[in-house]
Design a protein around this ligand. Sequence first.
Ligand SMILES: *Cc1c(COP(=O)(O)O)cnc(C)c1O
Length: 379
Amino acid sequence: MNKYRLFAPGPTPVADEIALEMAGPIIHHRTKEFEKIVAEVRDGLKWLFQTKQEVMLLASSGTGAMESAIINTLNAGDQVIVVDGGKFGERWWKLAQAHGIKPEIIKVPWGEAVDPKEIETRLQTGKYRAVFVQASESSTGVYHPIREIAALTKGREDVLCVVDAISALGAVNLPMDEWGIDMLIAGSQKALSLPPGLAFIALSSKAWKFAESSKLPKFYFDLKRELKNIQTNQSAFTPAISLVIGLRKALEMMREEGLEQLFARHDRLARATREGMKALGLKIYAKVPVNSLTAVQVPEGMDAQKIYKILQDKFNMTIAGGQDAAKGKIFRIAHLGWFDDLDMVTVVGAVELALAELGHKFELGSGVGAVLKVLREKH
Ligand SMILES: *Cc1c(COP(=O)(O)O)cnc(C)c1O
């Protein structure tokens, strides 16, 4: 018998309290009862996004909100800057191209963060309408310098800073209004510890101005219509009712913890994981690692997929492997959302057992020991 243990960077485990909350009978969305829930959720999302703007809820996976960002603010033929440092950066330019937008792609080697100067020099040409970037590039575990990038577009009325924070919001500090992020995007199945199916997007007043002149076709993802609806605690179409009910609980739990503590917990779990891996003689793949997940590079000659497979087959534990350029070279451990200190002991212990099986030379327990040292700070 092995309990199921989920350590993938999305979907992440759903908190027990949230699962219970969602198990109740379905209620209708055109009722006072549901409107009250939406009112609470609106308030909680503004708190989490650190914004005065409305945060809109979409019944879709995260990519739906990414697409909505494009079709609600831009026009065919517009030129935009896209930071491509992995699978999700790639998704930005593919989405842009699908809508007739011309991306200038800044190719960042996998495992590295973008240098804001690369963006700054391109912005000086005055050709671009937006900069698209990931806060957490989940395929490499990299954090891109969002504060510095947003600072480049903050003073300019003609360029938007669009941030995919799907695997970052709720794990790392991204104060939307203070930093001047124009569109901030999140998803339910990552740090919010909800099942997949809800996406979130907030627009700055600058982005709403862009929306006035955007003529790209839209219907389901028409954010101007969603804004009008959410202001009366409604939605244009049937919302993902159970998920919204779960979201109220998720936000309540996050508020009880507090923003600072939430980020401090993710920072501690991330450091514990990194130290644990380094103690085993493995390398951290990201040059600038994000606190939501850790991408671990295995030694030359070892196949990272084998670690993934041993954990899955022998321990009923799901981590993530590497994709494309990183396939076989890395594995990824998530620690965003419903994870606590002792979860990191478990996952690092499991990686140790897998490494031992693969004949890797190290002292059994040294990874777990390094994890405990980091956790000791708090306990
Ligand atoms: C998970 C994720 C997405 C969205 O993926 P969906 O499968 O559409 O939810 C987008 N960007 C990043 C960085 C992600 O981690």
